[in-house]
Design a protein. Sequence first.
Lengths: 356, 276
Amino acid sequence: MASVKIRNVEKNYGSLRVIHGVSIDVEDHEFVVLVGPSGCGKSTLLRMIAGLETISGGDIMIGDKVVNDIAPRDRDIAMVFQNYALYPHMSIFDNMGFSLKLRKRPRSEIEEKVMEAADILNLKPYLERSPGQLSGGQRQRVAMGRALVRDARVFLFDEPLSNLDAKLRVVMRTEIKALHQRLQTTSVYVTHDQIEAMTMADRIVVMNAGRVEQVGAPLELYDSPANLFVAGFLGSPSMNFIKGRFRRAGDGAHVLCDDGTVLPVPATSGATDDQQVVAGIRPEHLRLAGEGAGVAATVDVVEPTGANIELFVELAGERVCAVFRERHPFRPGEKIALGWELDKIHLFDASSGHRI
Amino acid sequence: MPSKLKKSLIYWAFLSPLVVVILFPFAVMLVTAVRPRDELFVYPPRWGFSEFRWDNFAEMWVKTNFGEALFNSLYVSVLSTVLALVLSIPAAYALSRYPFPGKGAYRTFLLMTQMMSPIVLVLGLFRLMVALGMVGNLNSLVLTYAAFNMAFTIWMLQSYFSTIPRDLEEAAWIDGASHLNSLIRIFLPLAVPAMAVTAIFSFINGWNEFVLALTMIRSSDDFTLPVQIYSQVAGRYQVEWHHVMAGTVLATVPVAIVFSWLQKYLIRGMALGAVK
């Protein structure tokens, strides 16, 4: 096992720069998730770690060695591809044992290692089949198994769950996490799914447009996002944003919206008076305010999910989502008042998007 | 009558003229090939015959030196196919996998060569072979057939290669395979269907080719089948039509059967890449 260090890595396609000086440290045994919208460069970065893309600038180190000019086969990494990339003309056994066969390991060792991996992944009954005869979830496990037999220093995952149906995805997510807890192999996992990122990662790297927006533990990013992008990207339903001007009044402070709505915010904020800000609040932090308190809102759409009620309301001219565990009988058009704990409010500078 | 049956009957009625046009020469060929010699030119012509003579084939084999011509045809077709494939596979791989300057122009060039009839080039090719001292040598045909087929084989293979996911090779590299190793163990086994179909097509092209063979080959010992059969007809006082037809049956029918069987693969191969 080994750490991975990414130092000011850049990637250009001709004059087009798709990765702008990214630096990330992945510690030994750590599970790091690269997350971001499509086209943010996360897969390209992963492929650069794998050696499948050239590096235009900066260094990538696996262990203590710069691997920029080392071929993928000499990097001692294992990778799980989005479409699994199983060799269709080989049996499952041969698929999993291919890497060992290439290394000219004795047959007995190959068998032992493949059986061990097949045991972990419940693939023993399928070893003689071909990939075409397996279901999506089984193929996914074979792809994992192919990585496992390697004892590679680093595991790379390129959106491995996105071809599975929703239910299986949740199951496999847990399996991969359990596997990592057991094997402790340094892993870099790419996904566009923020729930996968939140649930699996030791640390998340949020990327956008070829840059790192924020790096940190899942809850750290969730609770104190560094900017509007991270705040909006993590969490589902995503954080509500309301624009306005920051005002101090006496001991308190508020954000004055364009339509005159007053949103109470913490006075401890570093915002200056009259600064254009965006107030962010997560749906689950909104609650029904008592008589004569809170901010007025009009119910727009009610979406019960069973566990929760997701309520879309109009508040200060914006559509705002609130999540309630209690089963209030909301009706569209109903006037309600919403309140929140002051410390749950996030304030961002409206022009730079940075957290204040 | 069920409407489905009615429909197919109507379709077949429309298709029947075409079927007749295609099958008529074969029918004439077959009945002439098995007729006794003195029933060749009866008037009015009729389809029937008094005796089914397999002996025509045996006589023809000896008299027309069919065996040698068959061997020459096989030699030229097989070697030109192998040569075309060996050279096309790397070219097609490069076209499907690597960006390089002039790629688009190269592909257009390949396509344009297909729009030219070989006969336009016959004189030039003949002079080339004279310069190489290869006139009258079967290998001159191997070279030219391979060259003419390559545009098609590269095009075909390239479109199939592009449908093989790149991830498979990348996975092999990460598993520890060299480029060559991943090509041999992963890529080429997956490309076998395309290579087989392309090979058959190239083989049939060589098998049927006439103009170049007539131009390049001097000695009747080196004639390929089409030229050999032609030599039984052209410039003779007496044409042994039953032998000629027996020869054409042997030269065309097996190939026609194989071709019609492979046609669906061929069309599938062509459609790939076009739609993707």
